[in-house]
Write a protein of this length. Structure first.
Length: 320
């Protein structure tokens, strides 16, 4: 018995391009349905988790900063807390961003295996061209572990001096006295001069005329330094009795008397300004002359009177 011929289908009369278009649309619908069923809940959960984690980190950062603001008597501990708060905020935001990126890629159907492998290969290639970035981060880790400086310290690095305003694993931000902000990569830091550790020593070189009695000058300077030490405004700032070793240098008619004062960190300028003011007033009162860097000497004839020159006599008119 002969087989009947297959009946023509409606789709057979459609063009080939329309079949292809329908396949694409059906694929999109299937992908969208899969995303709505699995990907969207996963993405929303990742965003919710990231927001919660960010709020927790922000809570601890604010708490550490408030704790640092209340530590008035322990400046070093306050600087350490501010530094840890800055590092914690920067590091946690990077981790949150990387986590969200992986979750977004997984939610839209991108396989993370090849992505991670590609990222490893790309990272290996970048490491050869961006070695300074890894060196910055490695140096930043050693700065934190060795406690070389903290946020709020006054330091000198890479030929720049300023106050540490922010510190991360890659860069250090310095604020100069005139308001300039310097951003220094940590890999460029080879030597650190920390001006805010333990104590500071203020040195004031007083220039006095060589013809003044050294013992008298020393007594006046010691009395002035002791007065500053006992002053109500500076008794908690000056940490030890001032040291005046004596005559330090003689140059022409100039003699230098150094005054060394050990003070609390970042409190040196105010003490030295007050000491300069009192020296000016005391030298004027005691009639002590300041020194001069000029070595010019004026020689006079011993027989020549040093008094004022008498006025010229009025010439007598000739007789008429």
């Amino acid at each position: 018995m002969p087989l009947s011929a297959p009946q023509p289908q409606l789709s057979d009369s459609l063009p080939h391009d329309e079949h292809f278009f329908r396949a694409i649309v059906n694929g999109w619908r299937a992908d969208f349905a899969h995303f709505m069923e699995y990907g969207l809940p996963q993405l929303l959960f990742a965003i919710l988790l990231a927001v919660i984690f960010q709020r927790i980190i922000a809570f601890f950062v604010r708490r550490m900063q408030r704790r640092a603001d209340h530590l008035v008597g322990n400046a070093q501990r306050a600087s350490q807390l501010r530094t840890m708060a800055s590092i914690l905020r920067a590091t946690s935001y990077f981790i949150i961003g990387f986590y969200l990126l992986t979750q977004i890629l997984g939610a839209i159907g991108v396989s993370l295996g090849p992505f991670i492998a590609s990222a490893g290969v790309i990272g290996l290639g970048i490491s050869f061209g961006a070695q300074s970035i890894f060196k910055d981060m490695l140096t930043g880790i050693f700065i934190l572990v060795e406690d070389q400086y903290n946020v709020g310290d006054t330091i000198k690095i890479a030929g720049l001096t300023g106050n540490v305003e922010d510190l991360s694993l890659r860069v250090t931000k310095l604020r100069d006295g005139d308001g300039t902000l310097y951003i220094v990569p940590n890999s460029q830091i080879t030597t650190v001069s920390n001006l805010s550790r333990d104590f500071a020593v203020g040195t004031l070189n007083v220039s006095v005329d060589a013809r003044e009695n050294p013992d008298r000058v020393m007594k006046v300077l010691k009395d002035l330094a002791a007065q500053v030490r006992k002053d109500e405004a500076f008794k908690d700032i000056v940490m030890a009795d001032p040291d005046i070793p004596g005559v330090d240098k003689i140059s022409g008619y100039e003699v230098l008397y150094p005054i060394n004062i050990r003070v609390m960190v970042n409190q040196r300028d105010g003490v030295l300004r007050e000491l300069r003011r009192r020296i000016l007033l005391a030298f004027e009162k005691e009639n002590i002359a300041f020194g001069s860097t000029s070595s010019t000497m004026i020689l006079q004839n011993p027989g020549t009177p040093t008094g004022p020159k008498p006025p010229n006599p009025t010439p007598t008119p000739p007789p008429q």
